[in-house]
Design a protein around this ligand. Structure first.
Ligand code: ATP
Length: 248
């Protein structure tokens, strides 16, 4: 099971230089963390992997499956769950209805989507708010609803774009527990700015900067790049900064 980007080029506008220019990478199944500064291209890459964005050239495949063409896009989306950076509440729907609706959009029948939405909300600690209207949620709660939406249809691959942005410490812990529980069951790619506990949570680190992979490998290999003087809790940050620091 591998997510393959093959010479992907993507520009937002004709005039701007491409954010990704013949980008190639293979992400093996497991838990992968995608690090990179603001504007590095992480969301663009996850948007392409989710099939929400189509590359101008090149391709993405998951396990040999490509989202090119209407039919194959639908079947691709059925096995890929995506948490975008902005989760929008759907007016009039409760939290549970919104989670179920996402499952239905992914091709589940209504009763399955409704049934599975309960478990997905429990996994992100939102059961107590299931009856609340989704537009009444706080930013962090909405983010957790977005994660529930990515979980509800039992995807093989989860793409989570800054899942912990805006979460309080106790909810970050809920997310870490969730990642642990997904281990070995689902492939996960997480884009984040958080560099704590990489070794506990992830199998592979990818550092992206200006649309280029600066590092790809396991966590010990990544931490090896840290300044030897860095204190224990700052080694990942130090390794990361050594890869993205630019000349001034
Ligand atoms: N909708 C858009 N229209 C035009 N340019 C965009 C758009 N979205 C992103 N970009 C540009 O594409 C580049 C990559 O952005 P992207 O959001 O993929 O980066 P990122 O690594 O996810 O950043 P962040 O950590 O800030 O979320 C940036 O230069 C950004 O300004």
């Amino acid at each position: 099971m591998t997510l393959v980007f093959d010479r992907c080029t993507y520009s937002y506008t004709r005039k701007a230089p491409p954010v990704l220019d013949r980008f190639g990478a293979e992400l093996a199944a497991g838990c992968t963390v995608l690090l990179g500064p603001n504007g590095a291209g992480k969301s663009t890459l996850l948007g392409i992997a989710s099939s929400y964005r189509s590359p101008d050239a090149g391709s993405v495949t998951w396990n040999g499956r490509s989202p090119t063409g209407r039919r194959s896009r639908a079947s691709y989306r059925r096995v890929v769950g995506w948490l975008p950076q902005d989760v929008t509440p759907i007016p009039g729907l409760t939290v549970r209805e919104q989670a179920a609706y996402v499952g239905w959009l992914k091709g589940m029948n209504r009763s399955d989507a409704w049934r599975k939405s309960r478990g997905a909300l429990a996994r992100v600690d939102l059961s107590s708010l299931a009856q609340r209207k989704s537009h009444q949620l706080s930013g962090g709660q909405l983010r957790r609803l977005g994660i529930a939406g990515a979980l509800v249809h039992g995807a093989e691959l989860l793409l989570l774009d800054e899942p912990t942005a805006g979460l309080d410490p106790s909810q970050r812990q809920v997310f870490r527990d969730l990642l642990h529980s997904l281990r070995g069951q689902v492939a996960v790619v997480v884009s984040t700015h958080q560099t704590e506990d990489l070794d506990e949570l992830y199998d592979e680190v990818v550092v992206l900067d200006s649309g280029q992979v600066r590092y790809q490998g396991n966590v010990p290999g990544f931490l090896w790049h840290a300044d030897p003087q860095a204190v224990a809790g700052r080694r990942a940050e130090s390794a990361y900064l050594s890869m993205i620091r630019r000349e001034v």
